[in-house]
Ligand binder design. Structure first.
Ligand SMILES: Nc1nc2c(ncn2[C@@H]2O[C@H](COP(=O)(O)OP(=O)(O)OP(=O)(O)O)[C@@H](O)[C@H]2O)c(=O)[nH]1
Ligand SMILES: [Mg+2]
Ligand SMILES: [Zn+2]
Length: 139
């Protein structure tokens, strides 16, 4: 927090990042009394809730300004075809080579190295489920 304070001092800074990662919490820590509303961590997803609704310019008592911004919760892929999605799941790469079919989509095929890695606990099931949702277009 002290290092962050030093970085913010005397500057104008925009704080951005995914929703619920703790941007507003960090700013409250940097300047107690800033009073940014923070979300609760959901017991179900283990993630923070979408809390900050509008970007706000805030004066820092030690000099400088910060803009706390609402984080993004959902995004859509643009100009990406389903075959390219696995490339963004870096941890799949080591296992793709062991799929039986070279054009395996890792969704329904038998002998899939990625699905095996999920079963073995080498790939997070949450990440795999996200992959399937993106590739199949379900949200
Ligand atoms: N375990 C843990 N929880 C944290 C940490 N930082 C923030 N949190 C919690 O995460 C939740 C979300 O924090 P926020 O500060 O509201 O997140 P945000 O990035 O401002 O979210 P948006 O305003 O929706 O963009 C709060 O319940 C915080 O208490 C941290 O370092 N560790
Ligand atoms: Mg916030
Ligand atoms: Zn596969």
């Amino acid at each position: 927090v002290e290092r962050l304070r030093a970085l913010l001092r005397g500057r104008e800074t925009v704080v951005s990042g995914q929703s619920g990662v703790g941007k507003s919490s960090l700013l409250n820590a940097v300047q107690p009394g800033l009073g940014r509303r923070i979300g609760e961590v959901s017991g179900e997803t283990g993630k923070g809730r979408h809390t900050t609704r509008v970007a706000e310019l805030l004066p820092l008592s030690f000099g400088g300004w910060v803009i706390d911004t609402p984080g993004v919760r959902q995004f859509e892929l643009w100009d990406v075809i389903p075959e390219e999605v696995e490339g963004y799941f870096r941890e799949f790469r080591a296992f793709v080579a062991s799929c039986r079919f070279p054009d395996c989509t890792h969704v329904h095929e038998a002998g899939c190295g990625v699905k095996r890695a999920v079963e073995d606990g080498c790939i997070s099931r949450m990440r795999y489920d996200s992959y399937v949702r993106i590739v199949t277009g379900d949200d």
